[in-house]
Design a protein. Structure first.
Length: 75
């Protein structure tokens, strides 16, 4: 096997190992870390149990720009 072919093969093996390691790490962390947990319960009437108090301003996540065109025509 030539020297350049050997370097090429080693590079391909390293890339495959890094990709496989990243995939398994993503599977491990993704299943436990970022997925929200939900609890299903039957809907019942009752009192409010939680109160949220905060100070500050509320800012939108996305700003939507609207444009109005004032076009008039003579009939």
């Amino acid at each position: 096997m030539g020297n350049s072919k050997k370097k090429y093969l080693i590079t391909i093996v390293i890339i495959i190992l890094v990709l496989a390691g990243g995939f398994f790490l993503y599977q491990l962390i993704g299943k436990n870390g970022s997925n929200p947990k939900f609890r299903m319960v039957k809907v019942e009437r009752g009192e409010i149990n939680f109160v949220v108090t905060a100070t500050g301003t509320i800012n939108p996540v996305i700003n939507v720009l609207t444009y109005r065109l004032n076009i008039s025509k003579k009939i």
